[in-house]
Design a protein around this ligand. Sequence first.
Ligand SMILES: [Zn+2]
Ligand SMILES: [Zn+2]
Ligand SMILES: [Zn+2]
Length: 631
Amino acid sequence: MAIDVDMNVEEVHQCATESYSFSDDFWMAIFTHLDAASLCIISQTCYGLYLLAEDKLLWLNLLQRDRKKVIRVPKDTLMHPKDFYRRRKDFDSITDAIHSASPESRERIYVAPGTYKESLEITVPVDIIGEGPIGSVIIEGNTANTILSTATEGLVSNVCLRQTGHWFCVDVEKGSIHIEGCDITNSTLSAVKVGKDGSPVIANNKIHDTHEAGVAVFGGSGIIENNQFYKNRYGSIEIVYQTANPIIRNNLIRNNRGYGIHVHTLSRPIIQGNTIHDNESDGISCWGGADPYVTGNKIMRNRGDGIYIHEDGKGVFENNEIFNQKLDGIRTSKSCPSLLNNSIHNNDGDGVRIVINANPTVKGNKIYENNRVGVHVYRDGCGTCTENHIYGNKNAGMQVYGGGNTQVLRNRIQYNRCTGIYVSDRASVSLQQNEISYNGDCGVEIVSGAHVPSLEGNKIHHNKSAGMAVYSDTTTISAEVHNFFHSNGAEYYVPYNPDAMDTSGYDAIPACGASNNVLVREGKAMYPKIIKADGHHPEIVSFLAERAIHAKLCTFTFTREYYHAQYWYECRTCSSPRQILGRSEVSVCEQCAKACHVGHDLSPRKFGHFYCDCGQMTSTICKCTTPPTTS
Ligand SMILES: [Zn+2]
Ligand SMILES: [Zn+2]
Ligand SMILES: [Zn+2]
């Protein structure tokens, strides 16, 4: 029998007593309109209805309808929704729900969609869970940190955290709260701060558009993983102080307005498996005695260096892929990191740059197809380069000058567009057991004023101009033994072909041809080294640049594409459409400033290691590269 709208009371009553002839769906349709009390009464009429009234969905729906916006329930995932309904407590604010929570049992606070202008102080273990899709629940602090956590454990999940006063969004002062699946931004300070007693798990969040860092770890630890960081002003993550040793893994760190990751002041994080790209400064910046372990990261297209280690930075940087940076792949300055087994390629600057007393261990890396020098050492940079494969770089494989002092052992230096290793201006380089082959200029060039304490056991072959170029007037090589020169000269040279590159081991050396082993260039006896009282070496103009200026030629005529100490100018007229990082891309020598670029917008005169872009340019002809004809 079905209910008809025209039935009288008796007829309906009769229907009810014959209830078992109604379908379950019929009863459920009625039940969904009842309140909890009515449901309990009707469920007591008979066993069949009792069973139907236990339906989980029914009680979940009831819980949605009949509650305040914030409820607190026991943390028991197996509990029947009816018990949730009965045992829940209702609150007008999240703050109230936290304050009356039991410190012993970790209770769960559900927050209905809406905006909550509150600053939460989490002192006892609770789980705070936003309902609805992310974006539905917004918690916005203004007079204190949006969340201040000192609880030993707990969870904040699926909420948007905002801050409009001068506070953090999340401050983990101590304890191990989890912040998961949230959207966090802060228009005033950093989004998340981790104090020295904090060890949170920060996972699967979007942390973006903050005024300072995304996450600032001030001495704490914890795990930061699978988050997305973007458009943060100071960068994504900053790690500071000796006690800071968080694990930072598998995050996507992109398009930040500063660094990708900033590690400093004695901190010791593990940075693993992150993708760090298109940030406006360096991918990773490390300094101030920081000692991170950085491995398995992909670092690309950053506007600064891929990794910049400076001011007493330390650490092990291993198995990273570092490519397409606007500046260098890795730059080290006044620091002593270990750079091991990285793949460093196609960066706009150098592959690895070592300056200002930096003393890195550079071992087992592939350094290839960078736009400038493979390994570039100057301004008293040191370092040990062992077992690297340095190939296909657009300038030299290595250039060492300006007091550089480097050990070069068992490397393969091949197919670079210029010389394999170019050593000049007070540099000292030991070359042992390297294979130096197929470079587009010489294998090794040692310029007057440089020194090679040991040239031993190297295989130098198939280089285009010569195996080795030395200068007429100096004895620069102290010990020269067991080197193997052959088949150097243009007729044996084969240009770089990346597809045919054997990157696995040493190339089989084809049958020997007549060798163009040693080329002697005109040198100049060097003045004795001048050292000032502060231990600093003043640079003097390179004799090659001096010679060019004397002959009224562009210095490029003598220096070629190798960096030599001289005066230079940026030409803003010639490079205005192509400026990078506020600096002109075209720099010119003294002679070109007077001739080719006269009347142009030139910078003040500068001094440093340089080669002339005007002389190098093939698109516009430099007037000074050929001696002026006299009539
Ligand atoms: Zn020039
Ligand atoms: Zn110009
Ligand atoms: Zn010129």
